[in-house]
Design a protein around this ligand. Structure first.
Ligand code: APR
Length: 183
């Protein structure tokens, strides 16, 4: 599925984000930036130790990465140029600012990509694994944030890809994108 907002193409694909060849891939990390399971584990495994080395330097310099913020490292052995690490919210029922933190994780990642003049970026479905954010709600927040960015802020970014790991995630993101763009 593909839509175009101004000069930015937003598309949904099913697959493994570690194989993406976009300028950057986004990692659903945790604040310690030391790796973990899920997509975080997959990116560190496939990219090799250079990613963790840079993550450690970032934490040594600026402390833990707060939820909703983003930081960039090499992509090591991956085909992508960079990994943008961001931290989504842990789902706690929906009344703990989860939506605005999730939205910020997407927007801050896109701003960092713009700041570095990148043209393409791939996102996983942030917070919907270990962090427990319900898929339907997360898809809606993620896509609203990205469509808003494409309308209001995108200059260098021409391609934004959601890489969904399961059929369920793909279906939810596809249904949600239709709703978000018809609003
Ligand atoms: N490519 C794309 N998506 C993937 C991949 C992959 N290779 N592997 C897993 N996913 C999907 C999961 O199916 C899920 O939908 O990424 C989504 C996010 O799940 P998690 O990786 O668990 O991320 P999150 O819910 O944000 O939790 C973050 O998990 O691994 C730890 O260190 C990480 O503590 C942090 C927490």
């Amino acid at each position: 599925m593909k839509i175009i907002i101004n000069k930015t193409v937003i598309s949904l694909v099913k697959g493994d984000i570690t194989l993406q060849k976009t300028d950057a891939i986004v990692n659903a990390a945790n604040s310690g930036l030391l790796g973990g399971g899920g997509v975080d584990g997959a990116i560190h495994r496939a990219g090799g130790p250079a990613i963790l080395e840079e993550c450690k330097k970032i934490v040594a310099k600026q402390g833990r990465l707060p939820a909703g913020k983003a930081a960039m490292t090499t992509a090591g052995n991956l085909a992508a140029g960079y990994v943008i690490h961001t931290v989504g919210p842990i789902w706690q029922g929906g009344n703990r600012n989860e939506a605005s933190i999730l939205s910020s994780a997407y927007t801050e990642s896109l701003r960092l990509a713009e700041k570095n003049n990148l043209t393409s970026i791939s996102f996983p479905s942030i917070s919907t694994g270990a962090y427990g954010y319900p898929l339907k709600e997360a898809a809606n927040v993620a896509e609203k944030a990205i469509v808003k960015f494409a309308k209001e802020e995108a200059l260098s970014i021409k391609e934004i890809i959601f890489v969904l790991f399961s059929d369920d995630a793909y279906t939810e993101y596809a249904e949600s994108l239709e709703k978000v763009t018809s609003q």
